[in-house]
Design a binder for this molecule. Structure first.
Ligand code: UDP
Ligand code: MG
Length: 319
């Protein structure tokens, strides 16, 4: 029988773990889908791991992965994908904001032969005004940069084993999961879902973390910002040509351009353009540095399967 793995990254979700596991068990058993839940505890500071152990005692289909510290959601998703053994793997938040019923419709689409089933937000759910605005703004930029519509894209997806293996075979450390699943291609279907309200706990995204997320992902996905530097250089060059010709004409016709202020304005403008360009280039160099260090994406300290400790399966080579 085919098995579905559901990857659930969890960071400070002690209030949600048991509820989520229960709801998923209900929904999936009712639909007659054999499943495994891969709960990745992303270095939570609360009782999330204890809750995962509890859930494992009740359900042998639970795989719990404990990180040595917080590595971020992206890393948690990857660890989950690497540990998942199912023929088809879904990724969803463990705060039940992604409706479990949608999993079943995704699974049916997979049975029909689709290899990637993307969850698309039909609305963004209830979010604060500032959050909505900043998210909208950055997803707008990211959509342009990655050429993938990010506005309504989500991390809620289901992927065939082939797709998971393709994603896992990509060597880069800084991967943008949301766009990568579309980058790999394959036969794709889209399922609309309504973002649910978070029942307990709170969102881990601040406006600042969203900004960082946007920059990291743009740089991870595209080199377009580097072309901005070239473009800015081109514009500066054209402007300077005009200015040079203008100044020379002025000079030869006997009234030279006023000295000090013009010089300082031009100098300052060029200086800031150069520094900003260096900043963009520097950011890329920083990211290249991070990549060439080839540090693991995450470090697993413990793995449980049901109520059994299978930490010996911790394989640092795979990530
Ligand atoms: N998450 C994680 N590591 C982090 C931050 C978040 O694994 O460093 C998980 C979190 O537990 C949740 C999912 O990522 O399952 C989405 O997080 P959240 O609900 O805070 O984001 P939002 O739904 O507000 O976008
Ligand atoms: Mg959430």
């Amino acid at each position: 029988m085919k098995k579905l793995s559901v990857v659930l990254p969890a960071y400070n979700e002690e209030l949600m773990i048991s509820k989520t596991c229960e709801v998923l068990r209900e929904v999936l058993s009712e639909a007659g889908i054999s499943y495994e839940l891969v709960l990745v505890n992303d270095g939570s500071r609360d009782g999330t791991w204890k809750e995962i152990l509890e859930a494992g005692k009740k359900d042998a289909n639970i795989l719990g992965v404990q990180f040595s510290r917080n590595f971020g959601k992206e890393a948690a998703v990857f660890a989950g994908l690497a540990q998942a053994e199912g023929d088809v793997v879904a990724v969803m938040d463990c705060d039940l904001q992604h409706p479990p019923e949608t999993l079943v419709s995704m699974y049916r689409l997979w049975e029909e032969g689709y290899e990637v089933i993307e969850g698309v937000k039909s609305s963004r759910g209830k979010e604060g005004f500032l959050h909505k605005k900043s998210a909208g703004f950055f997803y707008g930029i990211m959509s342009k940069a990655t050429k993938v519509d990010m506005q309504n894209a989500s991390d809620f997806k289901m992927m065939d084993r082939k797709v998971v293996d393709s994603i896992l075979s990509m060597p880069e450390r800084n991967m943008f999961f949301r766009a990568t699943s579309s980058w790999v291609g394959y036969r794709t279907a889209y399922v609309k879902f309504e973002v649910q309200e978070r029942e307990a706990g709170e969102s881990k995204w601040s406006a600042w973390s969203l900004i960082k997320y946007a920059f990291t992902n743009i740089v991870a996905f595209t080199t377009v910002p580097l072309q901005f530097v070239t473009a800015a250089g081109g514009i500066c060059f054209i402007c300077s040509m005009i200015l040079i010709i203008y100044s020379l004409i002025q000079y030869f016709s006997g009234h030279a351009v006023e000295g000090y202020s013009t010089t300082i304005i031009v100098l300052l403008l060029i200086g800031s353009a150069i520094m900003m360009s260096l900043g963009i280039i520097g950011y890329y160099i920083g990211k290249i540095y991070e990549e060439v260090k080839r540090r693991p994406r995450y470090i697993i300290s413990k793995i449980i399967h049901g109520d059994e400790d299978v930490s010996h399966k911790t394989n640092h080579d795979i990530n």
